[in-house]
Design a protein around this ligand. Sequence first.
Ligand SMILES: *Cc1c(COP(=O)(O)O)cnc(C)c1O
Length: 395
Amino acid sequence: MHETQAKTAQYVLNTYARAPFVLTHGAGMYVYDSEGRCYLDFTSGISVNALGHADPAITAAVAEQIGQLSHICNLYYSAPQADLAERLCTLSFADKVYFANSGTEAVEAAIKFARKYALDTHGPGKTGIVSFTGGFHGRTAGALALTPREKYQAPFRPLMPGVTHAPFNDSAAAEAAIGPDTCAVFVEPVQGEGGIYPASAEFLQTLRAACDRVGALLVFDEIQCGMGRTGTLWAYKQTGVMPDMMTVAKALGGGLPIGATLLSDRVAAVMHPGEHGSTFAGGPVICRVADLVLQRVSDPAMLAHINEMGALLVERLQELNSPHIREVRGRGLMVGVEFDSEVAPLIQAGYRYGLLLINAGPNVLRLLPPLIVGEAHIEEFVNKLQVTLSEAVLS
Ligand SMILES: *Cc1c(COP(=O)(O)O)cnc(C)c1O
Protein backbone atom coordinates (compact mmCIF):
# COMPACT_ATOMS: atom_id res chain seq x y z
CA MET A 1 0.00 0.00 0.00
CA HIS A 2 1.23 3.50 -0.86
CA GLU A 3 1.93 5.61 2.26
CA THR A 4 -0.74 8.14 1.22
CA GLN A 5 -3.33 5.36 1.26
CA ALA A 6 -2.20 4.19 4.71
CA LYS A 7 -2.18 7.72 6.13
CA THR A 8 -5.60 8.47 4.67
CA ALA A 9 -7.00 5.28 6.19
CA GLN A 10 -5.55 6.22 9.58
CA TYR A 11 -6.30 9.95 9.72
CA VAL A 12 -9.03 11.00 7.26
CA LEU A 13 -12.65 10.40 8.21
CA ASN A 14 -13.85 7.49 6.18
CA THR A 15 -16.76 8.99 4.23
CA TYR A 16 -15.61 8.02 0.73
CA ALA A 17 -14.83 4.76 -1.06
CA ARG A 18 -11.58 5.61 -2.86
CA ALA A 19 -9.97 4.25 -6.01
CA PRO A 20 -6.96 1.94 -5.46
CA PHE A 21 -4.20 4.36 -6.56
CA VAL A 22 -2.80 7.78 -5.66
CA LEU A 23 -3.03 10.53 -8.27
CA THR A 24 -0.10 12.92 -8.37
CA HIS A 25 -0.55 15.22 -11.36
CA GLY A 26 -2.59 15.89 -14.46
CA ALA A 27 -2.46 17.59 -17.83
CA GLY A 28 -5.41 18.26 -20.13
CA MET A 29 -7.58 15.14 -20.42
CA TYR A 30 -5.21 12.91 -18.43
CA VAL A 31 -4.17 12.30 -14.81
CA TYR A 32 -1.19 10.25 -13.59
CA ASP A 33 -0.68 8.11 -10.48
CA SER A 34 2.32 7.56 -8.21
CA GLU A 35 3.33 4.49 -10.26
CA GLY A 36 3.42 6.55 -13.45
CA ARG A 37 0.22 5.07 -14.84
CA CYS A 38 -1.91 7.34 -17.01
CA TYR A 39 -5.73 7.65 -16.88
CA LEU A 40 -8.07 9.24 -19.40
CA ASP A 41 -10.40 11.35 -17.25
CA PHE A 42 -14.09 10.97 -18.10
CA THR A 43 -15.29 12.28 -14.72
CA SER A 44 -13.80 15.82 -14.47
CA GLY A 45 -13.78 15.36 -10.67
CA ILE A 46 -17.59 15.13 -10.91
CA SER A 47 -18.26 17.80 -13.53
CA VAL A 48 -15.65 20.24 -12.19
CA ASN A 49 -12.53 20.32 -14.40
CA ALA A 50 -14.28 21.81 -17.43
CA LEU A 51 -10.98 22.95 -18.95
CA GLY A 52 -9.16 19.75 -18.00
CA HIS A 53 -6.15 19.52 -15.71
CA ALA A 54 -3.42 22.10 -15.22
CA ASP A 55 -4.79 24.57 -17.75
CA PRO A 56 -1.96 27.10 -18.23
CA ALA A 57 -4.25 30.17 -18.16
CA ILE A 58 -5.86 29.07 -14.86
CA THR A 59 -2.43 28.38 -13.36
CA ALA A 60 -1.20 31.83 -14.41
CA ALA A 61 -4.33 33.61 -13.14
CA VAL A 62 -4.05 31.93 -9.72
CA ALA A 63 -0.37 32.76 -9.40
CA GLU A 64 -0.84 36.38 -10.41
CA GLN A 65 -3.90 37.03 -8.24
CA ILE A 66 -2.58 35.24 -5.14
CA GLY A 67 0.58 37.32 -5.32
CA GLN A 68 -1.46 40.51 -5.58
CA LEU A 69 -4.43 40.07 -3.20
CA SER A 70 -5.63 36.66 -1.98
CA HIS A 71 -8.28 37.40 0.65
CA ILE A 72 -9.99 40.53 1.92
CA CYS A 73 -13.46 39.25 3.07
CA ASN A 74 -16.72 40.80 1.94
CA LEU A 75 -16.37 44.01 3.92
CA TYR A 76 -14.29 45.37 1.04
CA TYR A 77 -14.82 45.76 -2.70
CA SER A 78 -13.12 43.26 -4.99
CA ALA A 79 -12.75 43.87 -8.73
CA PRO A 80 -12.58 40.14 -9.64
CA GLN A 81 -15.85 39.56 -7.73
CA ALA A 82 -17.60 42.45 -9.52
CA ASP A 83 -16.31 41.26 -12.92
CA LEU A 84 -17.53 37.69 -12.36
CA ALA A 85 -20.95 38.86 -11.11
CA GLU A 86 -21.33 41.06 -14.19
CA ARG A 87 -20.44 38.19 -16.52
CA LEU A 88 -22.82 35.75 -14.76
CA CYS A 89 -25.70 38.24 -15.03
CA THR A 90 -24.94 39.21 -18.62
CA LEU A 91 -24.92 35.53 -19.63
CA SER A 92 -28.11 34.45 -17.80
CA PHE A 93 -31.61 35.49 -16.68
CA ALA A 94 -30.14 36.91 -13.47
CA ASP A 95 -29.79 40.49 -12.22
CA LYS A 96 -27.78 39.78 -9.06
CA VAL A 97 -25.39 37.12 -7.75
CA TYR A 98 -24.72 35.84 -4.23
CA PHE A 99 -21.37 34.07 -3.87
CA ALA A 100 -20.75 30.91 -1.80
CA ASN A 101 -17.95 28.32 -1.51
CA SER A 102 -19.71 25.20 -2.78
CA GLY A 103 -22.82 23.92 -4.45
CA THR A 104 -24.49 22.97 -1.21
CA GLU A 105 -23.94 26.46 0.18
CA ALA A 106 -25.47 27.99 -2.95
CA VAL A 107 -28.55 25.80 -2.36
CA GLU A 108 -28.72 26.78 1.35
CA ALA A 109 -28.62 30.44 0.31
CA ALA A 110 -31.44 29.88 -2.20
CA ILE A 111 -33.55 28.25 0.55
CA LYS A 112 -33.05 31.30 2.79
CA PHE A 113 -33.72 33.79 -0.01
CA ALA A 114 -36.95 31.95 -0.90
CA ARG A 115 -38.10 32.00 2.73
CA LYS A 116 -37.33 35.72 3.03
CA TYR A 117 -39.06 36.50 -0.24
CA ALA A 118 -42.21 34.65 0.84
CA LEU A 119 -42.21 36.32 4.26
CA ASP A 120 -41.79 39.84 2.88
CA THR A 121 -44.18 39.35 -0.03
CA HIS A 122 -46.90 37.08 1.39
CA GLY A 123 -46.48 37.15 5.18
CA PRO A 124 -45.70 34.30 7.59
CA GLY A 125 -46.53 30.62 6.98
CA LYS A 126 -45.56 30.30 3.32
CA THR A 127 -42.49 28.13 4.00
CA GLY A 128 -43.05 24.87 2.08
CA ILE A 129 -40.50 23.64 -0.45
CA VAL A 130 -41.07 21.07 -3.20
CA SER A 131 -38.25 18.97 -4.65
CA PHE A 132 -38.24 15.81 -6.76
CA THR A 133 -37.43 12.12 -6.59
CA GLY A 134 -33.93 11.37 -7.91
CA GLY A 135 -32.89 14.97 -7.23
CA PHE A 136 -29.63 15.88 -5.51
CA HIS A 137 -29.10 19.28 -3.90
CA GLY A 138 -26.37 18.64 -1.32
CA ARG A 139 -25.74 17.25 2.14
CA THR A 140 -26.04 20.07 4.67
CA ALA A 141 -29.10 20.17 6.91
CA GLY A 142 -31.29 22.21 4.55
CA ALA A 143 -30.02 20.89 1.23
CA LEU A 144 -30.25 17.31 2.53
CA ALA A 145 -33.95 17.80 3.24
CA LEU A 146 -34.39 18.55 -0.48
CA THR A 147 -32.44 15.40 -1.45
CA PRO A 148 -34.88 12.49 -1.15
CA ARG A 149 -32.44 9.60 -0.80
CA GLU A 150 -33.17 7.33 2.17
CA LYS A 151 -29.53 6.35 2.65
CA TYR A 152 -28.44 10.02 2.86
CA GLN A 153 -31.30 11.22 5.06
CA ALA A 154 -32.15 8.38 7.44
CA PRO A 155 -29.29 8.69 10.00
CA PHE A 156 -29.72 12.44 10.36
CA ARG A 157 -33.41 13.00 11.02
CA PRO A 158 -35.14 15.23 11.95
CA LEU A 159 -34.32 17.28 8.84
CA MET A 160 -35.52 20.77 7.93
CA PRO A 161 -39.34 20.52 8.00
CA GLY A 162 -41.74 21.64 5.29
CA VAL A 163 -40.25 19.78 2.33
CA THR A 164 -42.45 17.73 0.00
CA HIS A 165 -41.03 15.34 -2.61
CA ALA A 166 -42.93 14.83 -5.85
CA PRO A 167 -42.14 12.37 -8.66
CA PHE A 168 -39.73 13.84 -11.25
CA ASN A 169 -41.12 14.59 -14.72
CA ASP A 170 -44.71 13.99 -13.55
CA SER A 171 -46.56 17.24 -14.26
CA ALA A 172 -49.87 16.29 -12.67
CA ALA A 173 -48.19 15.21 -9.42
CA ALA A 174 -46.11 18.40 -9.32
CA GLU A 175 -49.20 20.58 -9.81
CA ALA A 176 -50.86 18.80 -6.90
CA ALA A 177 -47.77 19.18 -4.67
CA ILE A 178 -47.33 22.93 -5.30
CA GLY A 179 -49.86 24.85 -3.20
CA PRO A 180 -50.49 28.12 -1.37
CA ASP A 181 -47.97 27.16 1.37
CA THR A 182 -45.16 26.60 -1.17
CA CYS A 183 -42.40 29.22 -1.18
CA ALA A 184 -40.04 27.48 -3.62
CA VAL A 185 -39.67 24.58 -6.03
CA PHE A 186 -36.14 23.18 -6.56
CA VAL A 187 -35.36 21.14 -9.67
CA GLU A 188 -32.32 20.05 -11.71
CA PRO A 189 -33.01 20.70 -15.44
CA VAL A 190 -30.92 17.56 -15.99
CA GLN A 191 -30.60 15.29 -12.96
CA GLY A 192 -26.98 14.28 -12.38
CA GLU A 193 -26.55 12.09 -9.29
CA GLY A 194 -30.01 10.62 -9.90
CA GLY A 195 -28.90 8.94 -13.15
CA ILE A 196 -28.68 11.58 -15.96
CA TYR A 197 -32.37 12.26 -16.49
CA PRO A 198 -33.32 15.43 -18.40
CA ALA A 199 -36.47 17.20 -17.23
CA SER A 200 -38.92 17.53 -20.11
CA ALA A 201 -39.67 21.06 -21.32
CA GLU A 202 -43.33 20.39 -20.61
CA PHE A 203 -42.53 19.46 -16.98
CA LEU A 204 -40.53 22.66 -16.43
CA GLN A 205 -43.30 24.72 -18.08
CA THR A 206 -45.79 23.14 -15.68
CA LEU A 207 -43.54 24.01 -12.70
CA ARG A 208 -43.24 27.59 -13.97
CA ALA A 209 -47.01 27.97 -14.30
CA ALA A 210 -47.70 26.34 -10.91
CA CYS A 211 -45.14 28.58 -9.18
CA ASP A 212 -46.70 31.67 -10.77
CA ARG A 213 -50.17 30.52 -9.74
CA VAL A 214 -49.24 30.29 -6.02
CA GLY A 215 -46.52 32.97 -5.84
CA ALA A 216 -43.66 30.48 -5.30
CA LEU A 217 -40.14 30.83 -6.68
CA LEU A 218 -38.80 28.39 -9.27
CA VAL A 219 -35.18 27.45 -8.52
CA PHE A 220 -33.04 25.62 -11.07
CA ASP A 221 -30.11 23.69 -9.61
CA GLU A 222 -27.54 23.80 -12.44
CA ILE A 223 -24.61 22.91 -10.22
CA GLN A 224 -23.89 19.82 -12.32
CA CYS A 225 -25.68 20.48 -15.62
CA GLY A 226 -24.74 24.17 -16.01
CA MET A 227 -21.55 25.77 -17.36
CA GLY A 228 -21.86 24.47 -20.91
CA ARG A 229 -22.04 20.81 -19.88
CA THR A 230 -25.24 20.14 -21.85
CA GLY A 231 -24.23 22.10 -24.96
CA THR A 232 -25.83 25.42 -23.98
CA LEU A 233 -24.26 27.57 -21.27
CA TRP A 234 -27.21 26.76 -18.98
CA ALA A 235 -29.35 23.66 -19.41
CA TYR A 236 -32.54 25.71 -18.92
CA LYS A 237 -31.84 27.53 -22.21
CA GLN A 238 -32.91 24.38 -24.08
CA THR A 239 -36.35 24.42 -22.44
CA GLY A 240 -37.50 28.02 -22.87
CA VAL A 241 -38.36 28.18 -19.15
CA MET A 242 -36.73 30.81 -16.93
CA PRO A 243 -36.19 30.39 -13.19
CA ASP A 244 -36.33 33.01 -10.42
CA MET A 245 -33.10 31.70 -8.93
CA MET A 246 -30.37 29.34 -10.11
CA THR A 247 -27.55 27.62 -8.25
CA VAL A 248 -24.18 27.17 -9.98
CA ALA A 249 -20.94 25.62 -8.67
CA LYS A 250 -18.74 22.66 -9.72
CA ALA A 251 -17.32 23.67 -13.16
CA LEU A 252 -17.56 27.40 -12.43
CA GLY A 253 -14.31 27.26 -10.45
CA GLY A 254 -12.47 25.10 -13.01
CA GLY A 255 -11.04 23.05 -10.10
CA LEU A 256 -11.17 25.58 -7.26
CA PRO A 257 -14.17 25.75 -4.90
CA ILE A 258 -16.97 28.23 -5.56
CA GLY A 259 -20.75 28.36 -5.52
CA ALA A 260 -23.11 31.05 -6.73
CA THR A 261 -26.81 31.74 -6.33
CA LEU A 262 -28.19 33.79 -9.23
CA LEU A 263 -31.31 35.84 -8.61
CA SER A 264 -33.79 38.04 -10.43
CA ASP A 265 -34.14 41.62 -9.12
CA ARG A 266 -37.57 40.78 -7.72
CA VAL A 267 -36.03 38.22 -5.32
CA ALA A 268 -32.79 40.14 -4.73
CA ALA A 269 -34.77 43.14 -3.45
CA VAL A 270 -35.73 41.31 -0.21
CA MET A 271 -32.14 40.78 1.00
CA HIS A 272 -30.25 43.42 2.97
CA PRO A 273 -26.78 43.80 4.54
CA GLY A 274 -26.22 41.38 7.42
CA GLU A 275 -28.98 38.91 6.45
CA HIS A 276 -26.64 36.30 4.93
CA GLY A 277 -22.91 35.98 4.37
CA SER A 278 -19.67 34.01 4.25
CA THR A 279 -16.06 34.81 5.19
CA PHE A 280 -14.37 33.22 2.18
CA ALA A 281 -17.04 33.48 -0.51
CA GLY A 282 -16.34 35.52 -3.63
CA GLY A 283 -12.64 35.88 -2.88
CA PRO A 284 -10.35 37.52 -5.45
CA VAL A 285 -8.47 34.34 -6.47
CA ILE A 286 -11.48 32.13 -7.10
CA CYS A 287 -13.45 34.92 -8.79
CA ARG A 288 -10.54 35.71 -11.09
CA VAL A 289 -10.35 32.04 -12.09
CA ALA A 290 -14.12 31.59 -12.40
CA ASP A 291 -14.40 34.64 -14.66
CA LEU A 292 -11.79 33.11 -16.93
CA VAL A 293 -13.53 29.70 -16.96
CA LEU A 294 -16.92 31.30 -17.67
CA GLN A 295 -15.44 33.38 -20.48
CA ARG A 296 -13.90 30.29 -22.11
CA VAL A 297 -16.92 28.01 -21.64
CA SER A 298 -19.48 30.56 -22.89
CA ASP A 299 -17.56 31.09 -26.15
CA PRO A 300 -19.93 30.00 -28.98
CA ALA A 301 -17.08 27.94 -30.50
CA MET A 302 -16.73 26.02 -27.22
CA LEU A 303 -20.48 25.38 -27.02
CA ALA A 304 -20.49 24.16 -30.65
CA HIS A 305 -17.56 21.87 -29.77
CA ILE A 306 -19.45 20.44 -26.78
CA ASN A 307 -22.47 19.64 -28.99
CA GLU A 308 -20.30 18.06 -31.65
CA MET A 309 -18.31 15.94 -29.20
CA GLY A 310 -21.45 14.97 -27.26
CA ALA A 311 -23.12 13.73 -30.45
CA LEU A 312 -19.98 11.79 -31.44
CA LEU A 313 -19.72 10.20 -27.98
CA VAL A 314 -23.35 9.04 -28.03
CA GLU A 315 -22.98 7.71 -31.59
CA ARG A 316 -19.87 5.68 -30.68
CA LEU A 317 -21.49 4.38 -27.50
CA GLN A 318 -24.50 3.20 -29.46
CA GLU A 319 -22.17 1.25 -31.77
CA LEU A 320 -20.69 -0.62 -28.79
CA ASN A 321 -23.35 -3.23 -29.19
CA SER A 322 -23.10 -4.68 -25.68
CA PRO A 323 -26.00 -6.89 -24.54
CA HIS A 324 -25.63 -5.25 -21.11
CA ILE A 325 -26.35 -1.68 -22.30
CA ARG A 326 -29.99 -0.72 -21.88
CA GLU A 327 -29.93 2.95 -22.83
CA VAL A 328 -27.61 5.83 -23.70
CA ARG A 329 -29.10 9.21 -22.73
CA GLY A 330 -28.19 12.77 -21.84
CA ARG A 331 -27.45 16.20 -23.25
CA GLY A 332 -24.19 17.44 -24.72
CA LEU A 333 -21.26 16.05 -22.70
CA MET A 334 -23.48 14.90 -19.82
CA VAL A 335 -24.14 11.31 -20.82
CA GLY A 336 -25.56 8.35 -18.91
CA VAL A 337 -25.12 4.75 -20.03
CA GLU A 338 -27.62 2.52 -18.29
CA PHE A 339 -26.63 -1.13 -17.83
CA ASP A 340 -28.72 -4.15 -16.89
CA SER A 341 -26.60 -4.64 -13.75
CA GLU A 342 -24.37 -2.74 -11.34
CA VAL A 343 -21.53 -0.78 -12.94
CA ALA A 344 -19.13 -0.91 -9.94
CA PRO A 345 -17.13 -3.84 -11.44
CA LEU A 346 -16.87 -1.94 -14.72
CA ILE A 347 -15.47 1.13 -12.97
CA GLN A 348 -12.87 -1.04 -11.18
CA ALA A 349 -11.90 -2.82 -14.41
CA GLY A 350 -11.64 0.56 -16.15
CA TYR A 351 -8.76 1.54 -13.86
CA ARG A 352 -6.68 -1.33 -15.30
CA TYR A 353 -7.19 0.07 -18.80
CA GLY A 354 -6.48 3.65 -17.80
CA LEU A 355 -10.02 5.02 -17.54
CA LEU A 356 -11.49 7.19 -14.79
CA LEU A 357 -15.22 6.48 -14.63
CA ILE A 358 -18.03 7.18 -12.16
CA ASN A 359 -21.58 6.00 -11.70
CA ALA A 360 -24.87 7.79 -11.08
CA GLY A 361 -26.94 5.30 -9.14
CA PRO A 362 -26.05 1.58 -9.19
CA ASN A 363 -26.64 0.82 -12.88
CA VAL A 364 -25.70 4.02 -14.69
CA LEU A 365 -22.23 4.89 -15.92
CA ARG A 366 -21.98 8.69 -15.85
CA LEU A 367 -19.74 10.27 -18.48
CA LEU A 368 -18.59 13.81 -17.73
CA PRO A 369 -15.35 14.38 -19.64
CA PRO A 370 -13.65 17.77 -19.49
CA LEU A 371 -15.31 20.02 -22.08
CA ILE A 372 -12.00 20.22 -23.98
CA VAL A 373 -12.34 16.54 -24.95
CA GLY A 374 -11.36 15.93 -28.60
CA GLU A 375 -12.33 13.38 -31.23
CA ALA A 376 -9.21 11.28 -30.58
CA HIS A 377 -10.01 11.15 -26.84
CA ILE A 378 -13.50 9.89 -27.60
CA GLU A 379 -12.10 7.17 -29.87
CA GLU A 380 -9.59 6.21 -27.18
CA PHE A 381 -12.32 6.20 -24.55
CA VAL A 382 -14.74 4.01 -26.50
CA ASN A 383 -11.98 1.55 -27.48
CA LYS A 384 -10.89 1.23 -23.85
CA LEU A 385 -14.48 0.94 -22.66
CA GLN A 386 -15.03 -1.88 -25.15
CA VAL A 387 -12.05 -3.82 -23.79
CA THR A 388 -13.13 -3.07 -20.23
CA LEU A 389 -16.64 -4.31 -21.01
CA SER A 390 -15.36 -7.63 -22.28
CA GLU A 391 -13.13 -7.96 -19.20
CA ALA A 392 -15.50 -6.89 -16.41
CA VAL A 393 -17.77 -9.56 -15.06
CA LEU A 394 -21.24 -8.03 -15.11
CA SER A 395 -23.80 -10.21 -13.39
C1 LIG B 1 -22.78 18.37 -6.60
C2 LIG B 1 -24.14 18.92 -6.52
C3 LIG B 1 -24.57 19.68 -5.41
C4 LIG B 1 -23.69 19.91 -4.21
O1 LIG B 1 -22.55 20.65 -4.53
P1 LIG B 1 -21.24 20.57 -3.60
O2 LIG B 1 -20.28 21.52 -4.23
O3 LIG B 1 -20.78 19.15 -3.57
O4 LIG B 1 -21.64 21.06 -2.25
C5 LIG B 1 -25.84 20.23 -5.45
N1 LIG B 1 -26.65 20.05 -6.51
C6 LIG B 1 -26.28 19.33 -7.60
C7 LIG B 1 -27.21 19.20 -8.76
C8 LIG B 1 -25.02 18.73 -7.62
O5 LIG B 1 -24.66 17.98 -8.68
